[in-house]
Design a protein around this ligand. Structure first.
Ligand code: FAD
Ligand code: MG
Length: 392
């Protein structure tokens, strides 16, 4: 049950939309939602949106589903999977682009993120009615088919070949991000000044709002029902910005033209014998990745990268995951079991805690590590009941 305290901080599900509705966007046409890509996708074109343009964006999303879906027997991806160990399959530009980037992140994450995770995803069936704990032998068998190095992408011929029979691609961890980027391209080409693309929580905020109301994006509390936020990403007022960063933001909205993508334990899972089984799988043992993380939220400019990074960082855990995000020049908010939160330096500048079961700890003076981008030593938040100050 949601406590009174929590309800007080419950933002509307689409917090970003609410701000504009109560701001100076009263002429805005209504947002539109459709179930596509296996989730509810909501597009809000604040000014200049027309039924034709909404139609164009959703038809592109449906087209991408038809190419990239691991859940449909008719997709291009399904054709690649069906020809595993047999022959290369013409893949088309969209699949090639997503897979190319997925293979990049597979390498960058040392294989923790792996687009050939398909056999394991099918076996566990998490998020479907047949979800259950498979026999250990079956997990071993499926795991033996997961190896991104056996995915042969031939850019010149435009084909994809899975080297061993039984292998299967699953791009569920990256394709929604690509779809968000593609939606942005259509919106930008139509010269729409302001838009929010929300593909089941994979959010892109396009354009910068006039006036003093910045974009706001709530971060879901992983331990509470959907729509209960533990904090908000938003431009802070000059008084609460650190002097070091305040002038650097220069009054610009740091969330404008940014994407915010979360991976966590709470989106797709089942419970069995008192254990929680979530949908991000370990490529080391074939079970849901064991980590002390509840969620990782990535803030970046490119949604495909943010999608891949949030899943990869979750699978890798804090140490390696934060290093990967730092190396990719992105920002992130890590939420840990035990209700502590760690932010990258850039994320700390725009993160406001709203859940009072956490408390804002004293911030340490950041020390610059030469030659490193992104994460700097910083204490941000600790549990009110916890006494440790976490330095990152
Ligand atoms: P993310 O963290 O971004 O991704 C988690 C997903 O990535 C897992 O569900 C799994 O698919 C995959 N994964 C797990 N472990 C790893 C790993 N170690 N490395 C790489 N990938 C991993 N859902 C339906 O129920 N029905 C549908 O018909 C359907 N169609 C879809 C079509 C498309 C084109 C896409 C992109 C998604 C579709 N989905 C569908 C949703 C999909 O199955 C995933 O649940 C969803 O993409 C997960 O997104 P997320 O943001 O919650 O989590
Ligand atoms: Mg992802």
């Amino acid at each position: 049950m949601v406590s009174q305290n929590k309800m007080k901080y419950k933002l509307p599900f689409f917090a970003v939309l609410a701000v504009c509705v109560f701001g100076n966007c009263t002429q805005a046409p209504p947002a539109q939602s459709e179930f596509v890509l296996g989730t509810v996708c909501t597009i809000n074109l604040y000014r200049g949106g027309s039924p034709r343009l909404y139609g164009e964006v959703f038809s592109r999303l449906r087209e991408l589903e038809g190419i990239l879906s691991a859940n449909s027997a008719d997709s291009v991806l399904a054709a690649v999977n069906a020809a595993a160990g047999v022959e290369p399959v013409p893949a088309g530009e969209d699949l090639i682009r997503v897979l190319e980037r997925a293979l990049y992140f597979a390498q960058a994450s040392g294989g923790a993120f792996d687009p050939s995770i398909g056999p394991l995803v099918r076996l566990w069936g998490i998020g479907t009615e047949r979800a259950g704990v498979p026999e250990a032998g079956k997990i071993e068998e499926a795991l033996s088919l997961v190896d991104w190095r056996d995915v042969r992408l031939d850019r010149e011929r435009g084909t994809v070949f899975l080297a061993r029979p039984g292998m299967a691609l699953d791009l569920g961890a990256i394709a929604k991000g690509y779809a968000a980027d593609e939606a942005v391209k259509i919106i930008a080409a139509a010269e729409i000044p302001l838009a929010v693309i929300d593909l089941g929580g994979n959010i892109y905020v396009y354009g910068e709002k006039q006036g003093d109301r910045p974009w706001r994006i709530g971060i879901q509390d992983p331990l509470e029902p959907r729509g209960v936020y533990l904090g908000v990403l938003e431009r802070k007022s000059p008084e609460t910005q650190s002097p070091r960063r305040g002038d650097r933001q220069g009054g610009r909205d740091p969330l404008a033209n940014k994407t915010v993508v979360t991976s966590g334990i709470y989106e797709r899972f089942f419970e069995h014998a008192g254990r929680h089984y979530h949908h991000i799988l370990s490529t080391r043992n074939g079970y849901p990745a064991e980590t002390d993380l509840l969620s990782v939220t990535v803030i970046a400019e490119n949604s495909m990268d943010a999608d891949a990074l949030s899943t990869a960082a979750f699978a890798l855990g804090w140490e390696q995951g934060s290093a990967l995000i730092r190396d990719e020049g992105a920002e992130a908010v890590f939420v840990f079991a035990g209700r502590s939160i760690r932010c990258s330096a850039g994320a700390a500048e725009i993160f406001t805690l709203s859940d009072k079961s956490y408390s804002l700890a004293e911030q340490l003076r950041p020390r610059r590590r030469s030659g490193r981008r992104g994460f700097r030593p910083r204490c941000l938040l600790t549990l009110r009941t916890g006494s440790e100050i976490e330095e990152i």
